[in-house]
Each structure stands twice: as structure tokens, then as C-alpha cells.
Design a protein around this ligand. Sequence first.
Ligand code: SF4
Length: 121
Amino acid sequence: MPLRELVCIRCPRGCLLTVDEETLEVKGNFCPRGKDYGMKEVSAPERILTSTVAIKGASLPLCPVKTSAPIPKGKLFEGMKAIAEVSIAAPVAAGDVLVKDFLGIEGVDLVATRSFKKEGN
Ligand code: SF4
């Protein structure tokens, strides 16, 4: 029964979890979110991807972006390559969907996390 120790990152309390890698039994969680996190982290780890994309006509050259939900950890590199191909133009509002179903993952969009007005003419 291989055990894995990890720290729950779902809230600042940071419970130390022990997860049985075979049964996915989680111990050390103070609340149910830790159980969910521990099981997912061992069986199918996911992360929210954050980065920036090029933006034209704004006060800065880059617009911060993130995925609207976590994506499989194994797709992070593919996601960074896909983001490098994206460029947008101002104006943009925080929360605007820039790429729907990012990487073909249904329901997960790439969204802007900062608003920019159109600069200049
Ligand atoms: S198990 Fe619950 S209380 Fe503990 S860190 Fe995770 S979310 Fe926070």
C-alpha cells in the first residue's frame, strides 16, 4: 500500500494529506475538499494554467490570461505552446473568453484576467 504525502492547496490551512495510491483513501484532511484534492492529485492531477498573450493597441504589450478551470497537468506544456500562438487586440475586459474549449477541453476556456482600453486613435 504505497502512501503519498502532499499538502492540500485548496485553502491556506494547508493540511498535510496522506493518500493511499491504490485505494485513493485520503487521511489528514480537515474538510471534504481535501479528500477531493488528494484523490485527484494522485489519480489525475490538474492545474489552472496562467500566462500572458500578446495584445495590440493597449497600454502594455501583454495581457494576463488563465484557464477558466484546471486542466490535466500533462497538458500544461501543450497549453503554453498554444498560448504563444494567441494574440488579441484591445479593448478587452477581465473575464472575456479568448479561446473557447481551450486545447479541445470542453467547458474550459482561456480567459483574460485584466481589462485594457484601446489606446491611441
Ligand atoms: S483539507 Fe480542507 S481545510 Fe485542509 S487545506 Fe484542504 S481545503 Fe483547507
